[in-house]
Design a protein around this ligand. Structure first.
Ligand code: E4P
Length: 218
């Protein structure tokens, strides 16, 4: 499963990229606003930190203007992935862009039927928002299971990008279902490394090692 980080903050991206475990980045207009940075400038900087796809979202709601915005965004770097909303105009834009060889991430997906439409429109990624789905009384992971089943039935190449991930259990469930990608805030990715018994084990080993009075590096 690929790991994307869901942020427009440079330092956390740099830190995670240094682990060698980061496969891409997702941003959205809210994350750009939170960063307080210029959209074009920060996107360019992020594209230089990772080799994989960096999702940059259009803000127009009509197809013609989405295409114009995508034209500007895809010039930022080769690894820019244009993010479009799951609307009629968004999917028209998706079809046109992927037809030209541009990566497209279809965002704000809340049903398996929407995911089916996105795959038919040739989306590179579909982003079902599991956390927001949970918040509304549904089970976000049921949605991922349904999309996996449908995509496998028809061998769709669209990658399932589990988005709106709120905790490490979402990541585990996504991996068990066989989602292709997950995008999570930096904290959730850092939490994946942690286990209380790992910390306790290190503490014990260090204490016992100190008693030997030895060093590995002479
Ligand atoms: C995905 O690409 C979105 O940016 C993101 O996962 C939304 O998450 P949220 O529901 O925590 O805002």
């Amino acid at each position: 499963m690929k790991f994307f980080v869901d942020t427009a903050e440079i330092e956390p991206i740099r830190e995670l990229a240094a682990t060698g475990l980061l496969d891409g980045v997702t941003t959205n207009p809210s994350l750009i606003a939170k960063s307080g940075r210029d959209f074009m400038e920060v996107t360019k900087e992020i594209c230089g930190l990772v080799d994989g796809p960096v999702s940059a979202e259009v803000v127009a709601l009509d197809h013609a203007t989405m295409m114009k915005e995508a034209e500007v965004l895809r010039k930022i770097a080769d690894n820019v992935c244009i993010k479009v909303p799951l609307t009629v105009d968004g999917l028209k834009t998706c079809k046109a862009l992927t037809g030209e060889g541009t990566m497209v991430n279809v965002t704000l997906c809340f049903s398996a039927n929407q995911a089916l439409l996105a795959a038919k429109a040739g989306a590179s990624f579909i982003s079902p928002f599991v956390g927001r789905h949970d918040d509304n009384g549904f089970d976000g992971m049921d949605l991922i299971e349904d999309i996996r089943l449908i995509y496998d039935n028809y061998n769709f190449a669209t990658e399932i990008l589990v988005a709106s991930v709120r905790h490490t259990t979402h990541v585990l469930q996504a991996a068990k279902i066989g989602a292709d990608v997950m995008t999570a805030p930096p904290k959730v990715i850092h939490d994946l490394f942690k286990h209380v018994l790992t910390d306790k084990g290190i503490e014990g080993f260090m204490a016992d090692w100190a008693k030997t009075g030895q060093t590995i590096l002479k």
